[in-house]
Design a protein around this ligand. Structure first.
Ligand code: ZN
Length: 138
């Protein structure tokens, strides 16, 4: 898991979340947890925020099918953002895990549906996707 300027606590939570996802009952999540590179980053840069469709939004995560400067991957690339996830408050590990599953949904083309929404609801998290392209894009 590549790391960009995040705290060691956040890095550990991302590793834990990936480990949990590798044991998820949903085979698609297990697959994504192995196949999709996940980067931990403090916050999106301006290009990422623009690509996500909302330059002024606080981002928890982002999925892109390809991104300049990163190797092309068959199922895209995911970033998890410490600043946005911490701003949600609550249990950091649970929020990281919910965000990771949410971004897997984007990688799977199941945007904002099914398990990620249920997981967020179970954790008391409002779906943060108020716009169709809020969390992914080029
Ligand atoms: Zn989303």
């Amino acid at each position: 898991m590549p790391i960009v300027n995040v705290s060691s606590e956040f890095e550990a939570k991302v590793r834990d979340a990936l480990h949990m996802a590798q044991q998820h009952q949903d085979e698609a999540y297990r697959f994504m947890a192995v196949e999709v590179p996940v980067y931990a980053q403090m916050m999106p840069d301006q290009q990422q925020a623009v690509a996500g469709g909302c330059p002024s939004c606080t981002y928890l995560g982002l999925w892109a099918d390809r991104w300049r400067g990163f190797p092309d991957q068959p199922h895209g690339t995911i970033w998890l953002f410490e600043d946005g996830i911490r701003k949600q408050g609550g249990h950091l590990g649970e929020k990281v895990y919910a965000t990771l599953l949410h971004e897997f949904e984007h990688a799977l083309g199941r945007d904002h549906v099914l398990d990620a929404i249920k997981a967020n609801k179970a954790l008391g998290i409002r779906p943060y996707a108020v716009r169709g392209r809020c969390c992914g894009g080029r």
